[in-house]
Design a binder for this molecule. Structure first.
Ligand code: 4AD
Ligand code: MG
Length: 445
């Protein structure tokens, strides 16, 4: 009986004859030798077909194989330090080959294609080696997120996708028709989590969130995945401690479990290895001073212009990129101006013009990966803010209730999965970190 195995386990079968079910990734014709790069979803392995060792029809079938044809290969696993593939060092000496379907004119060739072409063929592009590696890192990031939270007393609470009101500003709402009434795709599960903590203490929601982002940047999707932990009896300092433990765990887990994928992506992992608590902390005011200094010192007029910022404005990508260059670890920026952030943030004691808010910026220019804050716990202040922000009180009655029945100081944050994966993989655009990205100009495929 020949065992069917997955490529990721080849190392456990050296010397055995095995069966692999997969697809042809690439083929090199060397006359009497056919080198087949086969992938099965769990990895890539080179299968060598030697004319003298297989029946004539097997050799001919191998020679006719086209890219992405589906197949079943049988052969003997050999250890060979020169053999390419993930995991490296093993190849298959082919004894048999069954072609399931011969693919015709696969559109993505092993050469350079333009990004638009690849995005139009995203349903096929995900098969290629780099995309495969990125999406496997994503899966590990998600697993690490859940493991850390589940192991630290957080309870997973699913929050609604259809919501009656905005959480993160009314300009990026996607409106839907809810039986004749407007409803909006969720921007964040946070407000519901603030209810959930009064039942469970520490909770998180994890799901897709939606923002009608009209700008085309490398950091924005219109549909992205966010995990949002929320904690009762937690202030801003305690929140930062939780965040640095959490983010460090995610990074270290990827280094441990996805080193082959990160190597395939050419990621320099030396900086990721340094991601351990504590992370540096600077205030918004200090961040502005750093930016002013950079503007003063730079000879580049374009950068000077890009880094212009007035007190009270939130940072854009260029500011964040510049700030992270000063640190070799993720850096916390806390104390953002009240006018720059959301309505629910607790004011800084004695300085009502700033909030007890914090963003975590990833190093190497990647910028914001988490945003969070302490929340307003006083009912009167909350009412005042809703008014100032022009938010309809009717839609928030339930949220105001939370401040009447045992209100406590509490805090939480949201971490964007795609931004995190972009940083860990060292990519320059987040579109490759989700199987089917949704962006300003893209809802296909
Ligand atoms: O900073 P944001 O808007 O914070 C919130 O939504 C809070 N309600 C979270 C909370 O406190 N529970 O978003 C949080 C994170 C950002 O740091 C970023 O990583 C990601 O979500 N994010 C996006 N990712 C991709 N595309 C977008 N358009 C994103 N907008 C935010
Ligand atoms: Mg933010």
């Amino acid at each position: 009986m020949i065992k069917t195995i997955r490529i990721e386990n080849v190392a456990q079968h050296v010397g055995e004859e095995v069966r692999i079910q997969g697809w042809l990734y690439n083929r090199t014709d060397k006359g009497k030798l056919q080198f087949l790069q086969v992938r099965d979803g769990s990895g890539f392995v080179q299968c060598v077909v030697f004319k003298k060792e297989v029946p004539e029809e097997v050799f001919e079938a191998a020679r006719r194989l086209t890219q992405e044809s589906s197949l079943v290969v049988t052969g003997v696993v050999r250890q060979d330090d020169r053999a390419p593939g993930v995991p490296g060092g093993y190849e298959i000496g082919v004894t048999g080959l069954e072609v399931i379907q011969l693919a015709q004119d696969y559109p993505i060739q092993p050469k350079e294609h333009g990004v638009d072409f690849l995005m139009d063929h995203r349903h096929l592009w995900i098969r290629s080696r780099r995309q495969w590696a990125v999406l496997r890192v994503r899966a590990t990031v998600i697993r690490a997120i859940r493991d850390w939270l589940d192991d630290h007393g957080f309870i997973n609470m699913d929050t609604p996708i259809l919501t009656p009101a905005a959480c993160e500003g009314t300009t990026t709402l996607f409106e839907t028709d809810y039986f004749g009434e407007p409803a909006y795709l969720t921007q964040s599960g946070q407000l519901y989590n603030e209810a959930n903590i009064y039942a469970f203490g520490r909770v998180y929601c994890f799901g897709p969130t939606f923002r009608a982002e009209k700008s085309k940047t490398r950091r924005h999707l219109t549909e992205f995945w966010m995990v949002e932990p929320e904690i009762a009896f937690c202030d801003l300092d305690q929140l930062m401690e939780i965040e640095e433990q959490f983010v460090s765990y995610i990074v270290q887990r990827c280094l441990k479990e996805r080193s082959a994928e990160l190597a395939l992506l050419g990621r320099d992992t030396s900086l990721l290895e340094k991601v351990e608590p504590p992370f540096p902390r600077i205030s918004y005011d200090e961040a502005l001073e750093i930016l002013a200094e950079v503007r003063e010192q730079t000879e580049d007029p374009q950068l000077k212009e890009l880094l212009k910022i007035e007190w009270g404005e939130d940072f854009g990508s260029p500011h964040e990129t510049e700030l992270t260059k000063r640190f070799d670890k993720p850096v916390f920026v806390y104390g953002y101006p009240t006018i720059a952030k959301a309505f629910y943030m607790e004011p800084w004691p004695g300085r009502p013009e700033i909030t007890k808010s914090v963003d975590l910026l990833a190093p190497e220019g990647y910028g914001e990966i988490t945003g969070g804050s302490e929340r307003i716990s006083d009912p009167d202040l909350l009412l005042k803010r809703l008014e100032e922000w022009n938010l309809p009180r009717e839609a928030f009655e339930w949220y105001i209730d939370l401040r009447k029945y045992g209100s406590v100081p509490h805090s939480g944050f949201g971490l964007g999965v795609e931004r995190t994966v972009t940083w860990i993989c060292g990519l320059n655009h987040l579109r490759e970190t989700i199987p089917f990205p949704r962006m300003l100009k893209r809802v296909y495929p």
